[in-house]
Design a protein around this ligand. Structure first.
Ligand code: SF4
Length: 105
């Protein structure tokens, strides 16, 4: 009976220590992701066809937000009105550094 009690206490202590470790890791090792990448990804067609030269729509969205690509039309399947919306969004929405990306539809 005493061995079971010790095992239960050890499991609780171990769980608490691991939980504390995860909490600390979450606080200090967190990678900040630019919300614009997620938004632009959701605005793209999400065919993940790769014709833009990136593995998927997330890759092009990341390239647009980072300034590597300056023309939304790099995504050929994207309709013109959607290109306009993406360009307007990126040209008017500042990132974490307070600057906007200048892209053309
Ligand atoms: S071309 Fe457009 S739809 Fe195809 S992967 Fe690139 S962003 Fe996505």
């Amino acid at each position: 009976m005493e061995a079971i009690l010790i095992a239960i206490i050890m499991m609780l202590v171990l769980g608490a220590l691991l939980g504390l470790g995860l909490g600390i890791a979450d606080r200090y090792l967190r990678v900040e992701v630019d919300e614009r990448i997620e938004t632009v990804t959701s605005m793209l067609p999400n065919y993940n066809c790769g014709s833009c030269g990136y593995a998927g729509c997330f890759g092009l969205a990341e390239a647009l937000v980072n300034g590597e690509v300056s023309v939304v039309g790099t995504c050929r399947p994207c309709k013109s009105e959607q290109r306009e919306k993406i360009a307007e969004y990126l040209n008017t929405t500042p990132g974490t550094d307070g600057t906007c990306v200048k892209v053309k539809p």
